[in-house]
Design a protein around this ligand. Structure first.
Ligand SMILES: Cc1ncc(COP(=O)(O)O)c(C=O)c1O
Length: 436
């Protein structure tokens, strides 16, 4: 793997993790569309399985195309290692299972993506993992009050879906570390270009790279990024200290633990060896290639999308039919100071607004837009529109939806790369139709 430290974002997004010399000098990263890789000879097979030699044997566990993506995202985030998986939900699930496996508690913000909330509330408890939900994750006293002996992690989105509330990652990381627990940040909305959670103290970053990272609505995919700084040997995480047959040094007849074998990379290594290998939500090499292609234009896309989003949010804020615009990128937003500190390139191109009147008007807007596509995704080159309370966030119980402002008149926008004035014109004619 290439050593890319010292290079800037725009160089890393094109080159990190890829050494053409290792791939017939191919200019683009080749797609290794193969299930398995030959061992060569039995001696090499032994070295590979005993982790004495790095290499590939089976694509569910590792693949050269995917490995470039993993190294690229690790370098972009300033992390020690990354693991690519089949979806953003797989990234969230594997990360939290790896931390709280066998039972325990996780503290989570309650204003998160609908499927994450549903998983935490209804599925993880069946595996003995219980969640303490916090309405305002920036209320550190409230968070500190629910930390218990068996708390295994704190989880939050850096920028929330869909109302763009920003998490004060530095403050939360400090609190988490005081209590010996890692901070996990879902950084899907900002992408590594707009925000770097690791630089601000996060231990693990997860992405749905289905969204802005790949950026064209073309590849369901997820990434788990490990800062490599947290001490999983602090007594709270027995699974990292257990001796494992799969890590056995056969010659020495000695079983080893993940911490003994992988040191500061124990978290990422365990995700790969226990979760990717055994639960199997692998990313295909072709999807990995598509995500790599998307990353090549990440900063250029986001610069334009954020600039358009700001203009569109301003147009909506000034529209008499709009009750509220939920976009922390607006100067009048209460989090403006925090946003300026953490997000020098802007907070993102996804935000929400509420329309005056009843849901009938919101539905009329959804069916009247001509450029915006009405569908459940974000971070595409196309502009997207959706009513989260009825679709992407419907799994959130109505009481929680009310608390977090997810009303039936709330509309989420994801701004794409079309002409900004055309997008404003499209919304304008749709809002006019709703108020005819
Ligand atoms: C913030 C966030 N995290 C995770 C996910 C899940 O991602 P995927 O659809 O790739 O599984 C989403 C999907 O919308 C999301 O918005």
């Amino acid at each position: 793997m290439t050593k890319e430290s010292g290079k800037r974002f725009d160089t890393l997004k094109i080159h990190a993790g890829y050494d053409p010399e290792q791939h017939n000098y191919a200019s683009q990263v080749p797609i290794y569309q193969t299930v398995a890789f030959g061992f060569g000879d039995p001696e090499r097979a032994e070295r590979l399985v005993n982790l004495k030699e790095k290499g590939f044997s089976y694509t569910r566990v590792g693949n050269p195309t995917t490995a470039v993506l993993e190294q690229r995202i690790a370098d972009l985030d300033g992390a020690s290692e990354a693991v690519a998986v089949g979806s953003g939900m797989a990234a969230v699930s594997y990360t939290l299972l790896n931390l709280a496996e066998g039972g325990g508690r996780i503290i989570s913000a309650s204003n998160i993506y609908g499927s994450s909330f549903d998983e935490f509330r209804t599925l993880f408890p069946k595996f003995g993992i219980v969640f303490d939900f916090i309405d305002d994750i920036n209320d550190l006293e409230r968070v500190a009050a629910v930390i218990k002996e068996d708390t295994k992690a704190i989880f939050a989105e850096s920028v929330t879906n869909p109302d763009t509330t920003v998490t004060d990652v530095e403050a939360l990381a400090e609190l988490a570390h005081q209590h010996g627990v890692p901070l996990v940040i879902d950084n899907t909305f900002p992408t590594p270009y707009l925000f770097n959670p690791i630089r601000h103290g996060a231990d693990i970053v997860v992405y749905s790279s289905t969204k802005g990272i790949s950026g064209h609505g073309e590849a369901v995919s997820g990434l788990i990024v490990d800062a490599g700084k947290f001490d999983y040997g602090n007594g709270k995480f027995k699974q990292f200290e257990e001796k494992e047959l799969v890590l056995e040094n056969e010659e020495a007849r000695e079983k080893r633990s993940f911490i003994e074998t992988f040191g500061s990379n124990a978290f990422a290594a365990r995700v790969r060896v226990k979760y990717l290998r055994l639960l199997g939500a692998v990313l295909s090499p072709f999807e990995a290639y598509l995500v790599l292609l998307g990353i090549e234009t990440l900063s250029e896309r986001l610069e334009k999308q954020v600039s358009s989003a700001k203009k569109i949010a301003r147009y909506l804020a000034d529209n008499p039919h709009v009750k509220a615009v939920h976009y922390s990128g607006l100067e009048e937003h209460p989090q403006h100071e925090l946003v300026s500190r953490y997000f020098p390139h802007g907070v993102g191109a996804i935000f929400a607004f509420e329309i005056e009147g009843t849901e009938v008007r919101a539905k009329k807007i959804l069916s009247s837009v001509k450029i915006f596509s009405y569908l459940p995704n974000v971070g595409d080159a196309r502009s997207l529109i959706v009513n989260p309370s009825r679709t992407t966030h419907r799994e959130i119980p109505s009481l929680n939806r009310e608390k977090t402002g997810l009303s039936n008149t709330l509309i989420r926008l994801s701004i794409g790369l079309e002409d900004t004035d055309d997008l404003i014109g499209d919304l304008d004619q749709a809002i006019d139709k709703a108020f005819e």
